[in-house]
Design a protein around this ligand. Structure first.
Ligand code: GLU
Length: 296
């Protein structure tokens, strides 16, 4: 990692920029200025079905209007699938990936049956059940037959095997706070996620994989983002260790809520920057609003 502090604001252009984004972008900008560093803008648009050029253009315009500046060039993840494929190939060569064929419906049914029989099934920090992972044991021949049959699948990480091959234990430096106030030296617990998807048939990557590859390729030293991604850091540390990538510092910040105590979302038009601007608020008033908004 270089000595220069490099921050990044990394929204997904799949909706309007809202107050929560503006707050995150503002914190990145301020911290970068304080460290005499740089702030980059990365558009996390691997989900080409939900992200669009129109949303992207609107986000850039909204940021400009707010007066939040970044250093060029903007990195668009959709233009770098080869970088993610290389990382995926490396994990594949380490035999840490397996093709997983269960659909969401299959998983739900499988877990409901177990839970119905009184078995407590593990869930990830977002509440989703861990992948059953029966294919982990399949032979190469079985895997090839299934792939050859055209049945849809995703590449999942065998998290237990991955933890055995990575540095152990893994830590990160938390300069902000997690949802329960966690701060300081935090021990990563990647297995809380179960066997996550790292790539799909049509997209050679996932959020977890592309974010660690990009943070390394862009020499990011400081990650400032909402505390809804605090637990994801455990998975990121595991992938960084396996791929021999540097470990940035992390600073998770509070999340803004709407007037009903809910986390702000892109579908919530009232807190979109565009909407606030249309109501006649100045950029300074919008920035002041993010800082004074209710938080969790
Ligand atoms: N693209 C993610 C989001 O919009 C943020 C990723 C990150 O900061 O690590 O929630």
């Amino acid at each position: 990692m270089s000595d220069k502090s490099i921050f990044r604001f990394a929204p997904s252009p799949n909706g309007a920029l809202h107050l929560g984004h503006a707050y995150s972008a503002l914190l990145n900008r301020r911290m970068a200025d304080k460290a005499h560093g740089t702030m980059l803008l990365r558009l996390e648009d691997i989900d080409t079905t939900r992200c669009s050029a129109a949303y992207e253009m609107q986000m850039l315009q909204d940021l400009h209007w707010l007066g939040i500046e970044w250093s060029e060039p903007v990195r668009r993840q959709s233009a770098h699938f080869d970088d993610y494929r290389q990382a995926l190939d490396r994990l594949q060569a380490m035999q840490l990936l397996y093709p997983a064929f269960m659909t969401r419906g299959d998983i739900r049914k499988f877990v409901a049956e177990r839970e119905g029989a009184g078995i407590q099934w593990p869930r990830d920090p977002d509440g989703a059940p861990h992948y059953p992972g029966e294919e982990r044991q399949f032979s190469t021949g079985q895997r090839q037959d299934l792939i050859g049959s055209g049945k849809p699948f995703a590449w999942r990480l065998d998290v237990d095997k991955a933890c055995d091959m990575a540095e152990n234990p893994l830590f990160w430096e938390e300069l902000g706070r997690g949802p329960m106030g966690q701060t300081g030296r935090i021990k990563a617990e990647p297995s809380i996620w179960g066997d996550v998807i790292l790539a799909r048939m049509d997209v050679p990557t996932s959020y977890h994989l592309s974010v660690v590859v990009d943070d390394a390729l862009q020499s990011v030293s400081d990650i400032v983002r909402g505390h809804d991604l605090f637990h994801a850091t455990s998975m990121h540390r595991l992938l960084q260790s396996l791929l021999e990538l540097p470990t940035p510092r992390y600073h998770h910040h509070r999340l803004l809520q709407d007037g009903f105590g809910r986390k702000l979302s892109k579908s919530d038009g009232d807190t979109s920057i565009r909407q606030l601007r249309a109501r006649g608020l100045s950029a300074d008033a919008v920035l002041a609003l993010c800082e004074s908004s209710q938080t969790i």
